[in-house]
Design a protein around this ligand. Structure first.
Ligand SMILES: [Ca+2]
Length: 123
């Protein structure tokens, strides 16, 4: 089986080989789902796309709602206007910010984050 990208293949192999020590029981999680492009713009860019800064600003709101996990549509570079169809799964779409912005966002709280990765859509 080939995944196309050696980086993605290595990432998937690492996930499969690494035991998960503290995986939450998803039946106990309270999820909030959104499309990153359409949620929380922080920099008033031309298209008013959502971005990691805006998502991070919304963490107190999510905590107030009692959210324990966030489920995001793909955050990877995309040729599609909606960002849901994506290319490389090992990069973040610059519409949303940088990899450091993403890291800052997902480490800013104790909320769990899940990102859709359409493996069949990766080149
Ligand atoms: Ca923006």
């Amino acid at each position: 089986m080939s995944f196309g990208s050696p980086i993605l293949a290595a990432g998937i192999a690492a996930l499969v080989a690494t035991p998960v020590l503290a995986q939450p029981d998803l039946r106990d999680e309270i999820f909030y789902h959104f499309m990153p492009i359409a949620w929380r713009d922080s920099d008033n860019d031309t298209n008013r796309f959502g971005d990691f800064g805006g998502m991070e600003e919304a963490i107190p709101y999510l905590q107030q709602l009692g959210i324990t996990s966030v489920w995001m549509n793909p955050i990877h570079p995309s040729p599609a206007y909606h960002g849901n169809q994506h290319g490389r799964g090992d990069e973040v779409n610059p519409w949303f910010g940088t990899e450091q912005d993403f890291t800052d966002y997902v480490t800013a709280s104790d909320i769990n984050f899940y990102v859709n990765l359409w493996v069949a859509g990766c080149p």
